[in-house]
Design a protein around this ligand. Sequence first.
Ligand SMILES: *Cc1c(COP(=O)(O)O)cnc(C)c1O
Length: 396
Amino acid sequence: MSTQNPVFIPGPTNIPDEIRKACDIPTLDHRSPAFARIFKPAIAGVRRVLGMDQGEVIVIPSTGTGGWEAAVTNTLSPGDTVLTARFGMFSHRWIDLCQRHGLNVQVIETEWGMGAPVAEIAAALSADTAHSIKAVLVTHNETATGVRSDIAGVRAGLDAAAHPAMLFVDGVSSIGSMPFDMAGWGVDIAVAGSQKGFMLPAGLAILGVSPKALNAMENATLPRTFFDFRDMLKSYATGGYPYTPPVGLIAGLAKAIELLEEEGLEHVYARHHRLAEATRRAVGAWGMTPCAATPELYSDTVTAVVVPQGCNGTDLVQLAASKYGVAFGVGLGEVAGKVFRIGHLGMLSDVMLLSGLATAEMCMADLDWNVQLGSGVAAAQEYLRNSADVALAQAA
Ligand SMILES: *Cc1c(COP(=O)(O)O)cnc(C)c1O
């Protein structure tokens, strides 16, 4: 695999040189003011990216999955009921995690390619007049299928039922790349990871926690030690950690936020939308469709491409890696072989994306799929050249 080629997996994402350099710092005492000077701007920046107006940001040496575990163990007790839907590998893994923690998971089975079933969630909440549901768990951007769910719609269901359940959102593959409005959507815990929209190496779970979730923490009895928010918050007050933090990654996080805000979050989101739309134009020109069932479900960070009957998406991913040194994502779980995934998030430009689409096409031709070389690239080129923001490109 050439280290010069960009990756087109939906995380980990390409790392800008400025972030790699920012992570490379000499050892420093994490109990000294020098660490607080790195840590505090990083935390303040995360608040802005998550769209928080109150509550706390927690950054844990872990990954997104650890972030889910922290969310659950800090706020719930064994036997508590949580409501969620299964519509892809990541929503599935969240269910598994809750079950292993002894929670009573009320699952709404949903077709892969669909998003969180807002109406069914609302109905389940209205039916729960005893308020036994303690939290609703939603995967904002299902990375396995390239589906974005309507978090505002889930919040509306909670409000309509006047239900006091907390709302936990997995934003691991959306936060920093697609609009996220923790305050506006009334999200109680938002979970992100360092290696997707934040363009860092893996190694940090990044959470926004509302006052309501912080309150729940006081009575929650699921066991936690390393992930205990109470210990973290006590140490944060003095600018530090209850254990040795990954200082380099946190320095990188501060730099990542600087880069996102230099570009402007609105422009970052617009760039992701444009690159996603160019990808979808290419997919259409190949005669294929996204796995996401309808346009309002389309993710702006990853497209799961449904391959034609008789083709296997995993063959394309393996060939791209072995012959061209380029990484795409395989289909996971129920859609294994039926799709391949193009990640288009993080540090990515028009030129980088076109190289990925061209590579995918070469693989299709190599595999004797019925696709005209250049067809998808031409559709993406046509869209990109007509939607380019010239002023922005020149400034960058
Ligand atoms: C990547 C991802 C995760 C898992 O994150 P890890 O950092 O690999 O633990 C969870 N949810 C979604 C939606 C993801 O894309």
